[in-house]
Design a protein around this ligand. Structure first.
Ligand code: COA
Length: 322
């Protein structure tokens, strides 16, 4: 039984608008730094453009569940003090973001926002999120609802030794998305590619999410389908020119190291590669470390009430959106 919530007087909760998103990004930065610097992290490098683009994608694909908490600003208008975003993909509800400005924390605003976006009591949705192992408050709030940390996700960072990268499994070849035919979304090539991605996602992640693939394509990530014997799709994966790896899905756990190894070999980022790899994908974690990547920081924690994905063969592209 949840305790009654403090009223958080003066705070009004409403649907987010596009023009709120830079202020949400600022709340995100302040909330992360509010505890991150206490656990020895350097201040967050503000990256408003990609973050705001992700927030806009979350908002446009599930606006009903993207809310801001605002207060009247001294100079007139409103000030965003907190925000949340959850997305519904098939029968999975995923909490993408919940951030409260440090000056406003521990007053019930986080719980109030969360309650407003949680599935209704009679909804059969499976509920999930990804938390930071270094943050007891969020882990406590979600775990009390049954959304409990189940699988660590390691951030693996660095520049691998190309000679030590895991090779694609025998008989598997990488086919760039472009080879499936460019054209309008309704054309046969892109339609076939979308069907392949949907099927692989249903197998590994537990649900299809074509809207998120469209976002990845629009943000310029390179995508590959991996084909096995007779051209049967056995996986897919993305990598960005900046070195961000994922999402990636495989038909079997044994195929994932080779897929990740391939993705790390196809671009030369100016800086380092980074990938969020679930601990459940043990052979992939071990292979990337063996190739020279290093574990960065505290792990993230994948949380759910009832299981939906097989994280021995799925690598998310971001912790906010599987
Ligand atoms: C996590 C966060 C969103 C919570 O919002 P908030 O407005 O500060 O939280 P609330 O006041 O609504 O509720 C906090 C609840 O957590 C509980 N809590 C705090 N520490 C806890 C702990 N160690 N274990 C279990 N529960 C804990 C409190 O008791 C309270 O519940 P109660 O009101 O039933 O007593 C906010 O603190 C924040 O933005 N933190 C930094 C960013 C972050 O970690 N975001 C989550 C990303 S996964």
């Amino acid at each position: 039984m949840r305790r009654p919530q403090p009223a958080s007087p003066g705070v009004h909760v409403r649907a987010a608008r596009t023009e709120d998103l830079p202020a949400c990004a600022e709340v995100w930065r302040a909330a992360l730094d509010g505890y991150g610097t206490r656990v020895g992290r350097p201040p967050t490098v503000a990256a408003p453009a990609p973050l705001v683009a992700l927030l806009e994608h979350l908002r446009t694909t599930d606006g009903e569940r993207f809310l801001v908490a605002v207060r009247p600003a001294p100079a007139g208008g409103e000030r965003v003090v907190a925000f949340t975003s959850a997305v519904r993909r098939a029968d999975v509800w995923f909490l993408a973001m919940l951030f409260v400005h440090p000056d406003e924390q521990a007053r019930g605003i986080g719980r109030r926002l969360l309650d407003a976006v949680l599935p209704a009591g009679d909804d059969v949705a499976r509920r999930g999120t990804c938390t930071d192992a270094a943050q007891p408050v969020s882990n406590g709030i979600y775990a009390r609802l049954g959304i409990v940390p189940r699988v660590p996700v390691l951030e693996l960072v660095g520049r691998p030794d190309p000679a030590r990268l895991p090779a694609l499994s025998a008989g598997v070849r990488a086919v760039p998305f472009e080879a499936h035919g460019l054209g309008a979304a309704g054309d046969a090539g892109p339609r076939r590619l979308a069907a392949v991605l949907d099927a692989l996602d249903r197998g590994a992640l537990g649900y299809a999410h074509p809207e998120d693939h469209a976002f990845l394509a629009s943000s310029g990530r390179l995508g590959y389908v991996y084909e096995g014997a007779g051209g049967a799709p056995v996986g897919y994966g993305y990598v960005s020119a900046a070195g961000r790896v994922g999402p990636a899905a495989a038909a079997g756990e044994d195929l994932l190291p080779g897929i990740l190894g391939h993705l790390l070999g196809v671009v030369q980022p100016a800086g380092v590669f980074s990938a969020w790899v679930p601990g459940a994908a043990g052979p992939a974690v071990a292979a990337l470390l063996e190739a020279g990547l290093r574990v960065e920081d505290f792990p993230a924690l994948l949380c759910w009430d009832r299981p939906f994905g097989d994280f021995s063969r799925y690598v998310p592209g971001t912790l906010a959106l599987l």
